[in-house]
Design a binder for this molecule. Sequence first.
Ligand code: PLP
Length: 409
Amino acid sequence: MAAYLDAVPLSGIIRIRDMMYSVPNPFRLDQGDVSFDSPDSVKKAMVQAIADNQTHYLQTAGVPRLRELIATKLRDKNRIPVEDTEDVLVTHGGIHGLYLICRALLEPGDEVIIPDPEWPPAAGNILAARGVPVGCPLHEAAGWRYDLDELTSKITDRTRVIYLNSPQNPTGGVLTRADLERIAELARERNVWVISDEAYEDVVFDGEHVSIASLPGMYERTIPLYTFSKSYAMTGLRLGYVAIRDAVIRDRAKKLLFYTASNVASVVQFGGIGALEGPQDCIETFRHELRARRDLFYRGIHDAAGGTFSGQPPAGAFYAFLRISPAAPKTTGSASWEMVEHLIKQGRVGCVPGVDFGPAGEGYIRFCFARDRMELAGALASMKRLFGTAFVESPESTTDSRLLSADTH
Ligand code: PLP
């Protein structure tokens, strides 16, 4: 019986997406999608793949050239000692990679320590693999990082995995090298695995991105997880990858990859080759623009609704995770859901309630600032109308090829 799946929640982000469809001219600051277009290197490679009739079944683990390029990237950029291209499995986006790893690693009842708050599919995938997510709070005052003694106290005899996500969704917290060294020591001492979700590896504004799999002796007990979605603006194309040194776990994951996808879409894999072989300057261009949008959004929100929301600009990722003022009007139930419903229904501004990311997220709200400047400015103007303070910010140039008119929202 698969009745246990009835208890796996569907993320509230989906409920919001459905609400947004009934909103005329919405500002889509709810979902974590970048407004950038995929680079030409990706598009050209996909067009060429179609012209070359690359439309047939492929190797389950991925096209050899793509796996080779990924293994080289993991060694050179992430400093992970991947000796064999066989370690790499190409997946249908990062979310599929996480599904495969959870199913390949967990026995029913195994505990996985996850950050609280956290991207909902982390808990969802653990539950779908019959594991038990155990939340460990991230602390706003520490830049949304762990209290490492508290993290240590969460480990029990049933702990099988620590799931890390840095830079983090929804808070934007970035774990430091020192944090990761302590967590690595803990994982070795207590003999637990680490899943390292590095979906936002290229979106760091302050500090550095370090993969825990690069630390001494850690790759053998860490499964790093990546996606092309954020770094190359390929969210809808669905391309991600994991690297698994342990042959037993990898074989299990490979079987699941076969049974869930057979192989990732051929044309998309060629797009991935284009991304990695092509110029890498889009990564820096995107990061630069995202920093400008972060700053625009934080200046704007302060002016538009400073009394209602507070919080510091994040060190990484592209979300503003803001505390709702306790003075904000509310009736009963969840403060963050009430605020979201108000913003969507009265202001046409999409956003996600903090509680959807875990109990520690109650009282917060998440806005995605990876939308283009016109859309951000429109959302801020709408919030100014709702919250009644002055906000004037004219959007400047943008790297988007598609400029939305504020009137269309
Ligand atoms: N991990 C985190 C923390 C994310 O926020 C996301 C997407 O939003 C992913 C992984 C997976 O992204 P995708 O499935 O688009 O590759």
